[in-house]
Design a protein around this ligand. Structure first.
Ligand SMILES: NC(=O)c1ccc[n+]([C@@H]2O[C@H](COP(=O)([O-])OP(=O)(O)OC[C@H]3O[C@@H](n4cnc5c(N)ncnc54)[C@H](O)[C@@H]3O)[C@@H](O)[C@H]2O)c1
Ligand SMILES: O=c1[nH]cnc2c1ncn2[C@@H]1O[C@H](CO)[C@@H](O)[C@H]1O
Ligand SMILES: N[C@@H](CCS)C(=O)O
Length: 417
């Protein structure tokens, strides 16, 4: 099995980590067992560009159990766990990636996955989907479709479809209820603090935490910050979401004012330049900044570097930028997704990725069965509900069912007071 990983001798350690997450991914394990009987992907090659860590390797193993030939690379140069990729390679997955890739190596590894001529792509952020359109158009005819993991990827793909540039169908996995309501909210909420606390060893209680963006990720981060004892300020550009944040009990203000109070600032907007020159000029001394949104552009690191008179690596994943007036501003994990890109970041909990990855593999099967026209599609509600039911089942939770009388009552418009 071809592979290019950091150190194949790390495989035994990686295998242990994979076994551990498997115990906490009951939905995916159940699907894996069904797939090993049905073999829905027999003869199909699947290429993925996802954060490479034990839960994602387990996704690869699920596709493999379903009969697929699987080739995997990472979707962020810093989020790969080298023991997990070593184990994945040993377990028969074609594996390309290592932590700390250069930009060039990152794209070379995506090309290596594309060299397998995958018929289905699974992407996070749409880098692989763009690359195949731009640089490997000869592969487009052989591609049945793709599944996209995250909000930003889907926004980019919708823009591409609107321009008529998208040449195959894409399942918007992020838009499934069993994905964004749990992964983006509870997953990002927990893993962001897990990583910030692990990296900095700082206390959250008593601090002022500024959360930029009150979408599904932002509300999870704000909720957990409050639970840890912080005073939370939210910044937004959408008036409805700003109102929601206020009525959820948080202070809401412009980012230019919020930075004056921030001990910790976390971005989760999917946007660029959310925190830039003027914010750095007014930011509270000692503020620790982290991004849990997308790519490394939400906090403008280049502007930060240009403004500062001195920069230094404090310790793993913490950089200090000393401003001309002596204020020290700190940036975690180079401004990349802090919950995955920092050494201490393990990504979302296994119980969360259990549902996200169940939606991935079932959406991939749906693509294969339905072969829709080019466009961006939400997974059918039946699949979403099936994943929710399997999760409840695994949690030992029973819920009520509508009686026939109740169903008829809900469907009837004639009955009043
Ligand atoms: N770290 C992770 O593991 C993880 C998990 C899921 C999603 N994501 C990424 O996080 C980002 C947010 O995802 P989401 O699902 O919460 O999206 P969302 O669309 O629900 O929320 C984004 C929010 O940011 C607000 N916003 C946009 N520009 C802003 C600005 N300049 N200032 C303040 N607010 C602004 C929007 O109005 C919106 O309410 C996306 O890039 C997504 O891909 C990361
Ligand atoms: O631990 C993880 N493994 C794999 N993917 C993850 C993990 N944590 C979060 N995400 C995924 O990363 C996307 C943003 O790039 C999110 O949409 C989330 O689903
Ligand atoms: N895969 C990209 C997209 C995140 S939204 C990243 O890791 O930055």
């Amino acid at each position: 099995m071809p592979y290019k990983v950091k150190d194949i001798s790390l495989a035994p350690q990686g295998e242990k980590k994979i076994r551990w997450v498997q115990e906490h991914m009951p939905v995916l394990e159940r699907i894996k067992s069904d797939f090993s009987e049905e073999k829905p992907f027999k003869g199909v090659t699947i290429g993925s560009c996802l954060h490479l860590e034990p839960k994602t390797i387990n996704l690869g193993l699920t596709l493999q159990a379903g009969g697929a030939e699987v080739a995997m690379t990472g979707c962020n140069p810093l989020s790969t766990q080298d023991d997990a990729t070593a184990a994945g390679a040993k377990m028969g997955l074609n594996m390309y990636g290592w932590r700390g890739e250069t930009n060039e190596e990152y794209y070379e590894n995506i090309h290596r996955v594309l060299d397998h001529e995958p018929e289905i792509l699974i992407d996070d952020g749409a880098d692989m989907i763009f690359l195949v359109h731009r640089e490997r158009p000869e592969l487009l005819d052989g591609i049945i479709g793709a599944c996209e993991e995250t909000t930003t990827g889907i926004n980019r793909l919708r823009a591409m479809a609107a321009d008529g540039a998208l040449k195959f169908p894409v399942m918007a996995v992020n838009d499934a209820y069993t994905k964004y309501l749990f992964d983006n909210r509870y997953g990002t909420g927990q893993s962001t603090f897990d990583s910030i606390m692990g990296t900095t060893n700082m206390l959250i209680a008593g601090k002022t935490v500024v959360v930029c963006g009150y979408g599904w990720c932002g509300r999870g981060i704000a909720m957990r910050a409050e639970g840890l004892g912080a005073s939370v300020i939210v910044t937004e550009v959408d008036p409805i979401r700003a109102l929601e944040a206020r009525m959820d009990g948080f202070r809401v203000m412009k980012v230019s004012d919020a930075v004056k109070e921030a001990d910790i600032l976390i971005t989760a907007t999917g946007n660029t330049d959310v925190v830039s020159e003027s914010e750095f000029m007014n930011m509270k001394d000692g503020c620790v900044m982290a991004n849990s949104g997308h790519f490394n552009v939400e906090i403008n690191r280049e502007a930060l570097e240009e403004l500062s008179r001195e920069t230094e690596k404090v310790k793993e994943d913490i950089e200090v930028f000393i401003m001309p007036d002596g204020r020290k501003l700190y940036l975690l994990a180079e401004g990349r997704l802090v919950n995955l890109a920092s050494e201490r970041g393990q990504g979302h909990p296994a119980e969360i990725m259990d549902m996200s990855f169940a939606m991935q593999v079932l959406s991939a099967r749906h693509l294969l069965q339905e072969k829709p026209d080019p466009g961006v599609y939400r997974a059918p509600d039946e699949i979403d509900l099936m994943v929710a039911r399997m999760k409840l089942d695994a949690m030992g939770i029973d819920i009520d069912e509508l009686t026939e009388k109740q169903r008829l009552y809900l469907e009837n418009w004639e009955e009043g007071t």
